[in-house]
Ligand binder design. Structure first.
Ligand code: GLU
Length: 497
């Protein structure tokens, strides 16, 4: 792809950002749990921007919140991104020229920057205790002022400083903001000006030597030579502060694109109460990665008014972060399921059989792969998620206990079931096919003067234990002659009476 096909992005309203191979995008997750679909969409948009230009995509792990970050979460994160097909050219497991890509491995570096800022007067030691800060916050609130750091430690006298030192008080390091309004230029949102009153001096280094997100991400975005920072809108308030940190480092800021939030159907925050919201859960439920990628790409972006289905290649070709909407994107689970159904129907039998096998294994039911392969056509059209498969096909791999509806359908049907047993006994093992079974059972239905449903629902209940199995004759064929007859006989004599 040539540079001309890449949209003319503008970083700060005056300077065009990098294009083509120079583009460097990143995803910088905090590994504190499973990968939220919102962060996955951010990763996708950033990845598409890098891939579209032939640039570089970087994974950086922001694990400075030591209490909440875990190695397990990093593993899940890596697994979820790989499963989505989002690959990185630099980052954990692959390395790269701007490591470390895990922030807890770069603590010396952040300490060095902090020392430099202190030496240059861009930052200062703050000895305020959490209690003091809270008291002053309350006071400000009661005076009707916007709370925020009041600059108390910015100009401590030499005597005050010495006193704190003697006391051995721990200190944090605060960045000294310029006290002016700051305008952020964003590829999606244009200009936003933050008033100076909202931009107080903020902590960059905690007393325990761990940098804050505000410092670490800004330093790393500079150090890793990011040209585009694509992230959620919730991080917008960080941007003017990080721009100042970058300025203090003497660095050119990247272009920013803040993505609109993803909300639930009622406009509320997308949380677990609404549905599974992590990529891991979607995978477990039997969503296909290409469906999730396609769906996430449409959360705030579209190629045109008509196109819904876009392959990975088409997305890379068409995606343009400057055309992302500013409005919140509503997560529509029904649409995702519908799209997933489409991708299921496009999938090969082998792939679906393997996924069904995993779903059965997760339920503790071993399923014969060859039989699963034969069963795929029965459910392919019916599943919105592969996780629905085991309920539909369980009768093939495990004994059946009629569910409530099936038990009702069996009531008083002993005669019918005995007749069905008899006609099916007439079919030899070698002639046990869906069409011979259909012929035999339709013959029985007509002979007994029953409507199809009246005749077939009890048979279905007896053979599959449910009233919602896949097509009956095919199901009976797959189950096989002996197991079918055994189930019919058992229900004819037991519950069917
Ligand atoms: N680590 C931050 C988060 O997971 C994102 C940082 C960024 O994109 O600047 O919310």
């Amino acid at each position: 792809m040539t540079d001309e096909t890449v949209p003319a992005l503008v970083a700060d309203g005056t300077r065009p950002p990098a294009t083509g191979r120079d583009v460097r995008c990143r995803i910088a997750p905090s590994p504190t749990g499973e990968l939220h679909v919102g962060n996955a969409r951010t990763a996708l948009f950033s990845w598409l921007t890098a891939r579209r230009s032939g640039g570089t995509f970087v994974l950086r792990v922001e694990d400075t919140d030591r209490e909440r970050s875990t190695d397990e979460a990093i593993e899940i994160l890596i697994r979820s991104l790989r499963w989505l097909g989002i690959d990185w050219d630099e980052g954990p497991e692959v390395g790269g020229p701007y490591g470390p890509y895990r922030q807890t491995e770069a603590l010396d570096l952040f300490a060095g920057v902090t020392r430099r800022f202190l030496d240059e007067g861009r930052a200062y030691r703050c000895y305020c205790t959490p209690e003091e800060l809270e008291d002053r916050r309350q006071e400000a609130l009661s005076r009707g002022e916007t709370p925020g750091y009041d600059g108390r430690c910015r100009n401590l006298s030499a005597a005050e400083l010495a006193a704190f030192e003697r006391e051995g008080r721990p200190f944090a390091v605060r960045f000294a903001m310029p006290g002016t309004d700051i305008t952020v230029w964003d590829l999606i949102r244009g200009e936003t000006t933050f008033p100076a009153s909202d931009l107080r001096d903020f902590v960059i280094m905690r007393s325990n030597g761990i940098p804050t997100y505000l410092l670490a991400a800004a330093v790393d975005d500079v150090r890793m030579k990011m040209t585009h920072v694509i992230r959620g809108e919730d991080l917008m308030p960080s941007t003017p502060r990080q721009l100042e940190v970058m300025r203090a480092l003497g660095a050119e800021p990247p272009a920013y694109a803040h993505l609109p939030l993803i909300v639930g159907p009622g406009g509320q925050k997308l949380s677990k109460r609404f549905h599974a919201v992590s990529v891991e859960r979607f995978r477990e439920e039997g969503f296909l990665p290409e469906a999730l990628v396609n769906y996430m790409a449409l959360l705030g972006w579209s190629r045109d008014a008509e196109t819904t289905f876009l392959s990975r290649e088409e997305l890379i070709e068409a995606f343009d972060v400057t055309r992302v909407s500013r409005n919140p994107a509503v997560f529509d689970l029904a649409k995702l399921e519908w799209m997933n159904g489409h991708y299921i129907r496009e999938s090969s039998g082998e792939r679906l059989a393997a996924m069904l096998g995993e779903a059965f294994a997760a339920d503790g039911v071993p399923a014969d792969p060859a039989l699963l392969m034969r069963a795929v056509p029965l459910v392919k059209e019916r599943m919105k998620v592969v996780g629905e498969g085991p309920a539909l096909l369980r009768f093939l791999f495990a004994g059946v206990e009629p569910d409530e509806r099936a038990a009702k359908a069996l009531e008083g049907q002993a005669g019918l079931l005995a007749e069905a047993t008899a006609v099916l006994e007439g079919l030899p093992e070698g002639g046990w096919t869906a069409s011979t079974i259909e012929e035999a059972l339709r013959g029985l239905q007509e002979r007994l003067g029953l409507k199809p449903k009246e005749a077939f629902q009890p048979i279905r209940a007896a053979v599959t234990g449910t009233t919602v199995s896949p097509p009956l004759f095919e199901s009976i064929e797959l189950l096989g002659r002996e197991p079918t007859l055994a189930r019919l006989r058992a229900t004819a004599t037991a519950g069917g009476a």
